[in-house]
Ligand binder design. Sequence first.
Ligand SMILES: [Zn+2]
Length: 403
Amino acid sequence: MKGFRNLSQIVTLSGVHKKNGRRPLMEDLHIIEDGAIIFDGEKIIWVGTTSNIPDNYKDVPLTELQGHVLTPEIVDSHTHLIFGGNRAQEYTMRLNGADYQEIAQAGGGILSTMNHTNALHKEELHSLAKERIERIHSYGVGTIEIKSGYGLNIQKEIECAEIIHELKKEFKGHVQIFNTFMPAHAIPSGYESGREYLEKVVYPSIEQIHKKSIIDAVDIFFEEGYFNKSDTETLFEFCKNLNIPLKVHADEFNDNGGASLACHYKALSCDHLLKTGAEGIKSLANSETVATILPGTGFFLGKAQANARQLIDSGAKLSIASDFNPGSCHCDNLLLIASLAGPALKLSLAEIWTGITLNAAHSLGLKDQGAILEGMKPRFSLFKVNQVDEITYNWGRNFAISV
Ligand SMILES: [Zn+2]
């Protein structure tokens, strides 16, 4: 057993946990001033104020942490951090006024990252991803979801999933990694339809990777010009039969009914939601499927944002993730994105913290973390500030300390 004492604040989120992450209010953060906590490797044993530490824990070594704030662990539940090359040129073209089609004609987009990724050896992709995980962790993020999806052929997609699995083992006990398999990220040239690519590449690769038992979920890009509704349904049925949890990119370019479909299939999360209409919002409000917004993408591309206000007010479980990727959001700092999302999407402090901790954990099926409560996993983030609001108030500054 070990623990901390004299923490300026422990932001427990106990009220948020009770409400299952829906419509969180400031008082639901349930902040303990001058807090203390006792835990072992598996679970939180006791939490309260320093003056109330029970006598039977008097011999437990406690680290003095005055001037620090402890929060539930920050979770980045949506990244594409395993890729080769960069798309800085495309970014410049966009700033200079080029549209999506002009960029695609100049060889940009997901398919350009596919070429860069396929040009790298396994060791090179591994070390790039490792460096990115370490940087993300330095901001106080302790759980990171990583998607494959820039190989876009059986061999490279499986290789990327294997790299993520190796990294998961390497970072064990330190950073928790969630391995999402996403060969259905785009349709490379040479395939006439989404269906043909699913049949020739996606299903065979899922079958192979499933046998290795190394993936945690499957994701698909359900958008106009990519995979359509019937492709998405077929993939969902395929995964359901194999008992693989689902995630989906949906409603980014237009309202394609992705949110309702995700809820129907009990997906862990439905991500982007820039254009989700009343029906999709209603489905999410009545479902355990987490509504994950990715405001960094809107900021980076200059797009209108998701209707986060309506999602939360309707009762949906809202999570915020970075979407870190080389094209549409080259920002790996979830706290910075959350700081900017507050005023831009009209989110309260309680909604921000719920979105990057409890609901983000739920969007990965992790129900035993996301709040600092007895019996839950001892997964925290620690910051060198006196009050929780200082963390996002000082946007772009890093106060995280290794726990
Ligand atoms: Zn994404």
